[in-house]
Design a protein around this ligand. Structure first.
Ligand code: SF4
Length: 85
């Protein structure tokens, strides 16, 4: 019986930790996980006609959801992924 109670507590505790982790991921904590510009070979100009403002990670007016710092709308990096449509 005691084992069952401990087991239940453990499950509840683990669930709580999972919720905390999910909450952290959905808040500003995530901003600290952005990539450095040099890691993604960011450049302030276009690459073969591809530009940040056409990327799914673009965050107007001058940011990116996955790369730190000020991002030029006409820039580019190796994480470029085209917006659909
Ligand atoms: S190309 Fe996309 S992922 Fe790379 S810096 Fe520009 S908006 Fe961010």
């Amino acid at each position: 019986m005691t084992d069952n109670k401990n087991s239940s507590r453990r499950i509840v505790l683990q669930s709580g930790l999972g919720l905390l982790a999910a909450a952290g991921a959905a808040t500003g904590l995530r901003a600290q996980e952005k990539l450095a510009q040099n890691l993604v070979q960011y450049q302030p100009g276009p690459k073969d006609g591809l530009v940040c403002s056409k990327c799914v990670n673009w965050a107007p007016p001058n940011a990116c959801t996955i790369v730190v710092g000020v991002i030029n709308p006409n820039g580019w990096c190796i994480a470029y992924a085209p917006k659909e449509g």
